[in-house]
Design a protein around this ligand. Structure first.
Ligand SMILES: Nc1ncnc2c1ncn2[C@@H]1O[C@H](COP(=O)(O)OP(=O)(O)OP(=O)(O)O)[C@@H](O)[C@H]1O
Ligand SMILES: [Mg+2]
Length: 631
């Protein structure tokens, strides 16, 4: 983890090094001060030498000024270095997330990713600042103060040594236990954020079902869990401070007692005893800061791990070494395809040493792949589950063999969960088939450059999103150079032009996040137009007209037939009317092909198709024979 994260300090290395140097300079001045003060007492005040008092007094003033300059310089450099480091981490995580494939995304929750990008990075930023300031300053002070006490009185310095050893053991104990406890806290933070996100995005549903009380209860339960875990973690941490104080006061008493004897015996001067007390305070402060830094570090270890996980995540969609940059036509072939979604990420059980060992081993391997020390194939040989997906044996698609000519219109129909969306998601490589081959334009999709392939496949996802911006902005996601006329033409095909023009601001109408200020059917039509602007060779509409009335749905299909005859079209629908005029219709049943043919052929040969057509011709029911529209 440290190796992964430290790579992102980048151009802030100089600020970090400068900060350390300043801090060390400041520590040296702090140590020098009591030493000069002892000289001032012994050679100036005790012997009544005014010249010595002035000389040492001026030296003390100079030391104080330098300490101040070093202190300010150190502080400024440390904050520059830590803020820069945090911004590099956020940037790198964001880039990494953008490169995630769908199956990578499936492994993380949205809320989890947000916590990692915000709270976790802030924790690491604070810890980094602590590391370059306190963990450099405090040990330096500690060592220098110990050296000074040894030079003043080797006998008395044994007291410090014993105390430092004892505290070292206490800190190690606290650190190991607190880190474990904090790891659990952050997992719960993800849950809490997930609750908030789910609640806020679904607030309309929550209100319409009057589920506020229930939601508040769930939220409080999450809060309660975090509270318990924090109390547990802090219990370890808070033992730290009293133990340290007791140790230091014991030190002061022991030094006072033994120091008095040493003075009587003539082995120590008053000035030296005074400086010994100052060094005791120095050591006390160093230890205090050190323990605080350790607490922060222990908190940030958990955060650092979570950040490293995202940074080391290997995109499961591999780019080909020698990619093809042209898709010749829109033909699609599925050859003996089987497909299974990967497993979700299971949280690590930090109490199980074997699980922790495996976790670290996997992270190290991923880091090696990312930094090019080992190829992904070699890593997969060492750990077949390196992608963390661990193929489950539950295949959602089996025995898929289909050959679709360029320009054909294919209707896909099947019950809920019959894998219609899964099937089409293999065409633009949103997921890779587990077995077999998916071909576009006669070539395996894995041979294409990803951008080339996805540009050739226009897909309107079942759960589609619009982004905040004008309608034009949203449409130009399909083609950033599209002219206003091209945008309007695409909207005419998708039957969206008419309603957009009826808005007071027309195509300049501002869409809210997620497109919440347009109706479900309007949103779907804008999404279709956006996909059309790509001028794709293959167009996939995944239940994209479910919220559009039947007449408009038919008009959209007619426009497609007439205006883009060469584009291969896949139309997923719950309604027989949505697919019946397709060239061929695919009937899916629990991930298998149940029938493939024209409307008339299927009516004759396919039992499922026939019964659904019968139910729907009676005027109600979708494929699952449940009435009503789906959005
Ligand atoms: N991201 C995912 N991770 C794991 N399993 C998934 C994922 N998406 C879908 N599934 C599972 O795959 C199966 C097929 O889902 P799919 O979405 O392809 O069905 P569908 O035919 O499109 O259904 P619908 O008509 O409701 O859209 C289901 O059993 C579903 O639970
Ligand atoms: Mg679906």
């Amino acid at each position: 983890m440290v190796r992964t994260l430290s790579g992102y300090i980048g151009k802030y290395k100089t600020a970090s090094v400068l900060s350390v140097l300043f801090v060390l300079g400041e520590a040296a001045m702090d140590i020098l001060l009591p030493f000069v003060m002892a000289k001032l007492i012994d050679q100036g005040i005790s012997s009544g030498d005014l010249g010595a008092v002035c000389r040492y007094g001026a030296l003390m003033f100079l030391c104080a000024v330098f300490a101040l300059i070093f202190g300010i310089g150190g502080g400024r450099c440390a904050s520059r270095a830590s803020s820069g480091f945090a911004s590099n981490l956020r940037d790198a995580m964001y880039v990494s997330i953008q490169n995630f494939s769908f199956s990578n995304i499936d492994k993380y929750s949205t809320a989890g990713l947000i916590t990692r990008l915000t709270t976790d990075v802030t924790n690491v930023q604070n810890a980094y600042q602590m590391i370059i300031r306190m963990t450099m300053r405090s040990p330096a002070m500690l060592i220098l103060a110990l050296c000074m006490t040894i030079s003043i009185s080797p006998r008395l310095s044994l007291i410090f040594l014993a105390a430092a050893l004892f505290l070292g053991c206490v800190l190690t104990y606290v650190l190991t236990h607190a880190t474990k406890a904090f790891s659990r806290v952050f997992v719960k933070y993800d849950d809490l954020n997930a609750r908030v996100q789910e609640n806020v995005t679904g607030i309309r549903v929550v209100k319409s079902f009057v589920r506020e009380e229930y939601e508040i209860g769930r939220f409080q339960k999450s809060l309660d869990e975090i509270y318990q875990l924090f109390v547990r973690a802090e219990t370890f941490v808070c033992t730290n401070f009293p133990i340290m104080m007791i140790t230091v006061y014991t030190c002061i008493i022991a030094i006072s007692w033994n120091g008095a004897h040493e003075i009587v015996a003539g082995r120590l001067t008053t000035g030296e005893l005074t400086s010994l007390f100052t060094y005791t305070m120095n050591i006390l402060i160093s230890l205090m800061f050190l323990s605080m830094a350790f607490v922060m570090i222990s908190m940030s270890v958990a955060s650092g791990r979570r950040i490293a996980e995202v940074l080391n995540e290997i995109p499961s969609i591999r780019r080909p070494d020698d990619p093809v940059f042209e898709v010749p036509d829109g033909s699609v072939d599925f050859c003996h395809v089987r497909f299974s979604y990967g497993k979700r990420r299971t949280p690590v059980d930090w109490d199980d040493p074997e699980a922790v060992r495996k976790y670290h081993q996997k992270q190290k391997l991923k880091e090696d792949v990312r930094q090019g020390r080992i190829s992904q194939k070699e890593a997969e040989k060492l750990d077949p589950d390196i992608m963390g997906t661990g193929w489950e044996k539950k295949y959602v698609l089996t025995g898929i063999d289909l050959h679709i000519r360029s320009g054909e219109t294919i209707g896909i129909i099947g019950g809920t969960g019959s894998s219609k969306s899964s099937l089409v998601s293999l065409i633009p490589r949103l997921y890779d088939a587990s077995d077999g081959e998916v071909r576009v334009g006669g070539r395996d999709v894995r041979e294409y450059d990803l951008k080339t392939l996805r540009d050739a496949v226009g897909m309107v996802l079942q759960k589609n999103t619009l982004f905040s911006g004008t309608i034009y902005d949203n449409l130009r996601w399909g083609n950033e150079h599209a002219t206003a006329e091209e945008c309007r033409e695409a909207c005419r095909l998708a039957c969206a032009d008419e309603f957009i023009r009826s808005f007071p601001e027309g195509y300049e109408t501002w869409l809210e996040q997620g497109g919440t200020n347009v109706s479900g059917g309007q949103r779907q039509r804008i999404c279709i137009a956006r996909a059309l602007l790509k001028k794709p060779k293959i167009l996939i509409l995944d239940d994209s007209t479910s919220a559009v009335d039947t007449a408009t749905d038919a008009a959209i299909r007619k426009a497609f037939r007439e205006s883009i005859p060469d584009t291969t079209k896949f139309i997923i629908s719950q309604r027989i009317s949505g697919v019946k005029d397709a060239d061929r219709i695919l009937v899916l049943d629990e991930g298998r092909i149940s029938g493939f043919g024209t409307h008339e052929e299927l009516l004759e040969t396919n039992e499922i198709y026939r019964s659904v057509a019968a139910v729907q011709s009676e005027g109600a029911g979708d494929f699952d024979q449940t009435a009503g529209r789906r959005d």
